[in-house]
Structures are given as C-alpha cells and as structure tokens.
Design a protein around this ligand. Structure first.
Ligand SMILES: C[S@@+](CC[C@H](N)C(=O)[O-])C[C@H]1O[C@@H](n2cnc3c(N)ncnc32)[C@H](O)[C@@H]1O
Length: 256
C-alpha cells in the first residue's frame, strides 16, 4: 500500500478528506508517527490503526494539531478590539460570529471577552467549530494551563477565571456565550449570515485549491460588509477573485 492508497482507505474508514491537506507535510507527519509506533509500512500501519481505538486517536491527534492560546498574536486582537468589532457594531448591534477550527475555544472565548467589554448587555451569537471531538470536549470544559493565558490581562484574569491548584477555570459568564459544534470544513455545510468569521492557523495545512474553496465558502457565509479574520502568518493573495476586499493585513471584507 502506498501513501495515496493509505490516504484513500483512511478517508473512507474515518470519514475524513485527507486529499485537502498539503501532501508532503501530511506524509511527513504520518510517517513520523508510524515509525515512532514501530510500523515500517503503510499497509501494516493501516491494518493496526483501523482495529485499535488508541492508535486511531493518536493518528487523529497528529492530523489535527490543536495548538492555540487566548488572544493569539495580541497586537492583532487589539486591532480587532479597537477597529474591526466597533466598525461591525456600527452596522449591526447583535453580531453573529464563527470561530472555524476553534481548537480549545480560546479564540472564541477571547472574542466573547472583548464583546463583553464593548457591549456588556448584548447577547451576540458566537459559534465555534472543529473537526476534533476530543478538543471540543476540552473547549466546553474551559479549564486552561496558565501558559495559554499569557496574553490575558490581569484585569481579565481576575474577572473571568477562577484559579485552582493547577489550572484556570473560565467562568460561566463567558463560557455560556459560545456554542460549540463538530464541523469538518472540508465536507460539512456552512451556515450563513455571519458578520465575522475567524479562521486562523487552520488553512495552512490545506492545499491551495482547498484553501480557495474554503475562502469562497466563507465569503458566501458572510453578510455583505462581513469580515474574514485569518492567521498572523497567512495572507490571501487572490482575495479579489474570491470576492473580498482587503481592509488591512489579516482582515478581508465582503463588499457591502
Ligand atoms: C492550530 S489549531 C488553530 C486553533 C485556533 N484557530 C488558533 O489559531 O489558535 C488548528 C485546528 O484546526 C482543526 N482542523 C483541522 N482540520 C480541520 C477540518 N477539516 N475542519 C475543521 N477543523 C479542522 C484542528 O482540529 C485544530 O484544532
């Protein structure tokens, strides 16, 4: 079995679309895992993987890469707070927001904290989704190691978290503002009517063609005037082809 056959079989068995991911990068990650677990070929690895829940879980962990933190790239979140969200709030006082590829929920919760400051009494809609059910369970639990909170101000730490011996528990006042669901960006239906879609550090794992499909889907999911917010190391060069205007680095707007 070669890598292409392995990918096809795994995609069918686990219901994933592995063809959307950058091939070289994906192959390197999977081979690394496979060899570290003592397998020396895709065929043996495949047979073991599909019959062993722990191996499957480890495989999925390797594909999904869940690194995240609160206010990741703080200066960009400052820009979101000072310019982008106030601009969106001028047009619409109740926003609908989606954190796509939300991992531990820190991105969605960071936005909920900003909105709690900007519009304390308004119940905005904040959706957060990920392909990885295990990480969604952690996101809903909302207990964090302190290194994920290094960009959270002391004021926000005091206001929104309770510290126990090892971790920080997010309070319900913010937790209850975010609705999590399982969603595969490569195959599931996209909801509509969003004012802000945040998809950061997710599409970097996908091929250019897949990225274009995703950005087009995000464009259709946004309201006119809505904003797509991408990761610090990302940029969309063909944004106008995909129906966006570039308002500033990392923020792309669907024309009104
Ligand atoms: C590196 S994390 C980014 C988390 C967060 N957006 C941030 O920037 O801090 C990437 C997330 O994308 C998710 N992901 C990978 N493939 C996906 C897919 N096809 N559909 C939805 N989420 C996916 C992973 O499970 C992971 O939690």
């Amino acid at each position: 079995m070669d890598f292409t056959q392995f990918k096809d079989q795994i995609s069918k068995k686990l219901g994933l679309n592995l063809n959307g991911y950058k091939e070289k990068q994906l192959k390197r990650r999977i081979e690394h895992l496979m060899v570290s677990q003592g397998f020396n070929g895709f065929s043996d690895y495949y047979k073991a993987l599909v019959n062993d829940e722990i191996l499957t879980k480890k495989f999925l962990d390797k594909i999904t890469i869940n690194v995240s933190e609160f206010f990741r790239n703080k200066e960009i979140f400052d820009r979101l707070e000072s310019d982008i969200l106030p601009q969106l709030l001028k047009k619409n006082n109740r926003l609908k927001i989606w954190s796509a590829g939300c991992s531990l929920g820190s991105e969605a919760y960071s936005i909920a904290m900003i909105l709690d400051k900007l519009t304390p009494n308004i119940a905005h809609t904040i959706h957060a989704s990920d392909i990885d059910e295990r990480i969604l369970a952690e996101a809903k639990e909302a207990r964090y190691r302190c290194d994920l909170l290094k960009n959270v101000s002391q004021e926000r730490l005091n206001k929104y978290f309770i510290k126990d011996e090892t971790k920080y528990q997010l309070k319900d006042s913010i937790k209850n503002r975010v609705v999590f669901k399982k969603h595969d960006l490569l195959k599931d239906h996209y909801d509509k009517g969003y004012d802000l879609i945040v998809c950061r550090n997710v599409t970097i794992y996908f091929t250019k063609e897949t990225q274009n499909i995703l950005y087009t889907n995000f464009n259709m999911a946004l309201n006119p005037g809505g904003i797509l917010f991408i990761g610090a190391t990302e940029s969309i060069l063909n944004y106008s082809q995909l129906g966006f205007e570039k308002t500033s680095a990392w923020f792309y707007q669907k024309p009104s």
